[in-house]
Design a protein around this ligand. Sequence first.
Ligand SMILES: [Mg+2]
Length: 218
Amino acid sequence: MGTLHIFDMDGTLLTGSTANLEVARRLGTLPELQALEARFAAGELDTRGFSATLHTLWGHLTTADVTAAYTAGPWLDGIADVCADIRARGEHSAVITMSPDFFARHLLDLGFDDVIASRFPPLPFSAPLDPAGILTPDDKVRLAEELRTRHGLPRTRCVAYGDSMSDAPPLPPPHPHRRRQRRPPPGRHRRRRLPRPRPHRGLPPRPLPATQLTRRPP
Ligand SMILES: [Mg+2]
């Protein structure tokens, strides 16, 4: 029986940083992003309000900007090797992130089977943002379950890799094989190697919520 490996992006594959930080750094809009994150942390914005503001702030963003931001990001070493290893075992890999799809989709090039992210209009933004395409924390649960169902796997054959409790929803806590990573000090990027997947014992099955697959095409 296979295994489904679900990875977080911000702070996990992208160590000590986020997609939004990397794009903001590229565009010179870090102060605006930090102000936006402060409002999000204060509960003034949800993920949809946050993304709507990004859509306005980054109206001039191009695919070349995103590619440059992605390339400059502090990624873990060995991601492509691990994806290849997972595939060679006949297993499955996926990234689920609430960050923008225009950034996260680059991870498909590393070998992930699925990359699921918040959907933005094509770059540069020439269409309004559809709030329905912006993922929320609850969506991570739903999407993880949809992937698991699509692969016909029990929950005991799923493992999540994340850097914070915000990555906990894809699997019920506590999970002995969930990888938690310590955050580096602010402003410091610590490059680490992605751990290779190992067999695990998993958890007894629990009732599943109704789910609907939302797969973002590359
Ligand atoms: Mg994270």
